[in-house]
Design a protein around this ligand. Structure first.
Ligand code: NCD
Length: 327
């Protein structure tokens, strides 16, 4: 039996082997350097016709209590590109024993009996951490826990920024949308705070600003956050714009969602006015109207291009490092 190290949620410090990946707080520049170097190699592997055998014999459970397109497909693709296999469980609350009243802990203990790692998406903040405290044999990878975090999305987002700008420090960025509920943002800001001299401008409706608790947390970290109130205040010369949707599923009241949705829509005119030639326009996707379709043709729009493709490469690298195969 494999017994997990008690420091499972502490900094990775370059050693990913059989570690849970729950929060971006576990990452450090050294670990990201290792992961991103391997991500480059994974791109090469994915582009060849033959699957690699790095994950041969490994079975990864994709346990998704919430809808997903990119995260699910890119993890599934990542495992298979490396010669491994997946058990895909979608909607367990409806189709698994959870529907009969099985506890979350028992479900985790059950699925871990069949596989080598569990990739978990769940509507409750903190669920991935709970799963990691219950699992006895396998690493848990957080694929989004409620409004908490989405660390593997931030990995692909940072890799995309690095690929396009050549750096992860001294960046000027803009984050727009549902900053309160957007878990991808919560992980991305943690990542940007690991490097020197990053400034992020935050644009959200008043009700969807970063929580004051998180704002205070980031004030003590190495990232400068500046809240702005309208697209007119977007500073020139940003390295990246990170646009996001309003997270409809987190609203108790449909009218509140309708009132706050699409307050800020990215248009060609706004990008031309406030962006530079080098500003990249990112979005974790799905988008639901907050970036006009006409922008897709702009070469600066990377969301349906490199950004999604990087999702599979970065997850291939992460799984290889976590499942501990020699490269
Ligand atoms: C994000 C998520 O699930 O948090 N989607 C994704 O994984 N790319 C963003 C979102 O749903 O808005």
């Amino acid at each position: 039996m494999v017994v997990f190290r008690a420091d499972a949620l502490e900094k990775l410090q370059g050693d990913f082997t059989r570690r849970h990946i729950i929060s971006f707080d576990q990452f450090d520049p050294q670990s990201l350097e290792i992961l991103f170097a391997m991500t480059q190699q994974m791109r090469g592997i994915a582009q060849t016709a033959q699957p690699s055998q790095l994950l041969a014999g490994q079975l990864v459970t994709l346990l998704f209590y919430e809808p997903s397109s990119r995260t699910m497909a890119s993890f599934d693709g990542a495992v298979k590109q490396l010669g491994g296999n997946t058990i895909v469980i979608t909607n367990p609350q409806q189709f698994s024993s959870a529907a009969k009243g099985e506890t979350f802990s028992d479900s985790i203990r059950t699925f871990e009996a069949y596989c080598d790692a569990i990739v978990l998406r769940h509507p409750e903040t903190g669920s991935a951490k709970t799963a990691s405290s219950v699992a006895e044999h396998v690493p848990i990878i957080n694929a989004g826990d409620g409004i908490g975090e989405h660390p593997t999305q931030a990995l692909l987002d940072l890799f995309t920024i690095l690929e396009h700008t050549g750096k992860l420090s001294g960046l000027k960025g803009l984050v727009v949308g549902d900053i309160l509920n957007g878990r991808t943002i919560h992980s991305l800001l943690r990542g940007l705070a690991l490097y020197e001299g990053n400034t992020v401008y935050l644009l959200a409706p008043q009700e969807l600003r970063l929580s004051r608790k998180d704002f205070a947390l980031f004030e003590n970290r190495n990232v400068r956050l500046v809240e702005i109130n309208s697209t007119d205040e977007i500073p020139g010369g940003c390295d990246f714009w990170y646009w996001t949707r309003v997270q409809k599923e987190r609203f108790l009241n449909a009218a509140d969602y309708e009132r706050l949705n699409n307050r800020f829509v990215a248009t060609q005119e706004i990008l031309n006015r406030h962006g530079s030639d080098k500003t990249i326009l990112m979005h974790p996707l799905p988008r639901v109207g907050e970036i006009e379709d006409a922008l897709d043709k702009d070469p600066r729009a990377v969301y349906l291009r490199s950004q999604i493709r990087n999702g599979m490469y970065v997850r291939m690298a992460l799984l290889t490092l976590v499942l501990g195969k020699a490269f």
